[in-house]
Write a protein of this length. Structure first.
Length: 264
């Protein structure tokens, strides 16, 4: 028997449309991504299995390359596990890859960086409503990029945090910010160690207000320097937010950051 058939822990790569789900984490009274995966896994492997993600995504948020790990007692080949999952899962959740991994690999604990992408549409779209935030006002992308650059580095994001987050540290390391326009879509990419609940959606909302001319670059500096509830009153809709990818290798992470820096 091949060694990879004896492996009981697998690394999963997923994509999903979060529109119909109450976020990643399993809930007893709501449909979630993790819960749906566990239901499918129970059919494939039986009741003894565990699936853990690299972090939580909010209700309505999507994922392009979301990493999770699966723990199950099985001799199935990874390619067969992938096929079975995709046969059982609804069309808005897809398993892209299944690979054996080390017994101690943990999708969340071993993750060294995460990237999110927020999409702001400058026009009404008949097809992309569930996947963008349509902002009707004219936006100054240059001003948004200038304000966005202030987020880079280690900052206390207490002004962007939910009350539940105040019990722990609200300091977050932002490795890179990228803001650019392409085909009437403004893309806001955020790369960091981790993120507070709703933090990125508040950052996106603040940047849109800068683009509208209702907030200044100096206002954003104030939000990062002093505690204020101004950002907490702003929240971009979840439809435009995509978890882009998780990083587990420092070299790969550094290359990704370098590519962003080259495009800045």
């Amino acid at each position: 028997m091949n060694n990879h058939r004896q492996c009981s822990r697998f690394k999963l790569l997923l994509e999903y449309d979060g529109s119909r789900y109450s976020g990643w984490q399993k809930q007893n009274d709501a449909r979630t991504i993790q819960g749906t995966l566990l239901d499918a896994g129970a059919v494939i492997f039986g009741s003894k299995l565990d699936i853990q993600g690299n972090g939580r995504t909010d209700a309505g948020v999507h994922a392009l390359n979301y990493t999770a790990h699966l723990e199950a007692s099985t001799t199935m080949r990874p390619e067969d596990i992938l096929v079975r999952f995709n046969e059982l899962l609804p069309s808005d959740i897809v398993v892209l890859e299944v690979a054996p991994c080390a017994a101690r690999f943990h999708a969340r604990h071993n993750c060294i960086g995460r990237s999110y992408l927020y999409r702001i549409s400058l026009r009404k779209s008949a097809f992309a409503k569930k996947h963008v935030w349509w902002v009707k006002d004219k936006l100054d992308v240059k001003a948004m990029a200038e304000a966005g650059s202030l987020f880079v580095g280690m900052h206390d994001f207490v002004s962007f945090a939910e009350k539940q987050e105040l019990k722990k540290s609200t300091k977050v390391m932002i490795n890179a910010i990228q803001i650019f326009e392409d085909d009437e879509i403004i893309y806001f990419r955020t790369v960091g160690s981790h993120f507070l609940w709703k933090m990125i959606r508040r950052m996106a909302a603040v940047l849109v207000e800068v683009g509208r001319g209702k907030l200044s670059v100096e206002d954003v500096e104030t939000f990062l320097r002093t505690r204020t509830d101004a950002p907490s009153r702003l929240l971009a809709p979840p439809a435009g937010l995509f978890f882009e990818r998780a990083f587990y290798d420092q070299g790969e992470f550094n290359t990704f950051l370098s590519e962003i820096a080259e495009k800045a």
